[in-house]
Design a protein around this ligand. Structure first.
Ligand SMILES: [Mg+2]
Length: 262
């Protein structure tokens, strides 16, 4: 469809901060959807399964079924069905690896036999012992895959260490540079392009991090809308910023009206 308009929308720091929706975000999404925008949610969040994000969005009144793309989905595409994969991550990664047809090896203790890959994501139980298990697997030849490299993620109360911080520990101990699956890397770009499945007249990516969301936008040929509702502890966007998702929606809707000459 020639008129197709798609918004690629980050979740953490744009729609919500951990459990708390950012004021105006839900209405903004529904206003865009009502005026014909397709919305896909693109998250590097790796701990929870995609179904968890879908349920949360739908409980807020935002249609999200089959519209959430996660870094664990992208990481699973870097593993082949039948491969033995050590999961140094939460249930979101384990589920996607199982869905992919991998044999998932838990990362609590060394297991006999070779492991094809180690996937690292956000892992609240990660500790020195697990670091050793992952390190030995990689030093024995397993590929090192990270769901994402985000150093931190925002919550309402405080900043927490992200999966990228855990990945950095495994990479340092292993002496191996990881392949990263999530925003802004190629596996996530492939996931988005496959999901779009055809030409889009207007493609916009909204996110709170220029270093991941901004570069992801560039990689898939989207315009980047930077919002200030998350924590952006890296460089500010050089294309300007919007206060929040509400402001981005108003800007897009206004531009649509101007394009139509309303
Ligand atoms: Mg974010």
């Amino acid at each position: 469809m020639g008129e197709r308009q798609v918004l690629l929308c980050d979740l953490d720091g744009v729609v919500w901060r951990r459990a708390v929706p950012i004021p105006g975000s839900v209405e903004a999404l529904n206003d865009l959807i009502a005026s014909g925008w397709e919305v896909l949610f693109i998250t590097n969040s790796s701990h929870d399964p995609a179904s968890h994000h879908v349920e949360r969005l739908e409980s807020l009144g935002v249609p999200a079924s089959d519209r959430v793309l996660t870094s664990p989905m992208a990481a699973a595409l870097l593993c082949e069905p039948g491969e033995r994969v050590l999961c140094a991550a939460g249930p979101g990664v384990r589920l996607e690896l199982e869905r992919r047809g991998c044999e998932v090896v838990p990362g609590e203790s060394d297991v006999p036999g070779a492991v094809d890959a180690v996937v690292v994501g956000l892992h609240p139980e990660f500790d020195y012992r697990r670091l050793g298990v992952a390190m030995r697997a990689v030093r024995s030849g397993a590929r090192l895959i990270g769901t994402n490299s985000d150093p931190t993620f925002p919550t309402e109360a405080e900043l927490l260490p992200g999966g990228g911080s855990i990945l950095a520990a495994v990479a340092t101990a292993s002496g191996v540079a990881p392949v990263i699956a999530g925003k802004p890397e190629a596996p996530m770009a492939d996931l988005i392009t496959t999901r779009l499945a055809g030409p889009v007249m207007r493609l916009v990516m909204v996110g709170d991090r220029a270093s991941t969301d901004g570069r992801m936008a560039e990689a898939v040929g989207a315009e980047f809308a930077h919002v200030l509702t998350g924590v952006d502890d890296d460089a500010p966007s050089d294309t300007g910023s919007h206060d929040d998702l509400r402001a981005v929606a108003d800007w897009l809707l206004e531009r649509g009206r101007a394009d139509r000459g309303d």
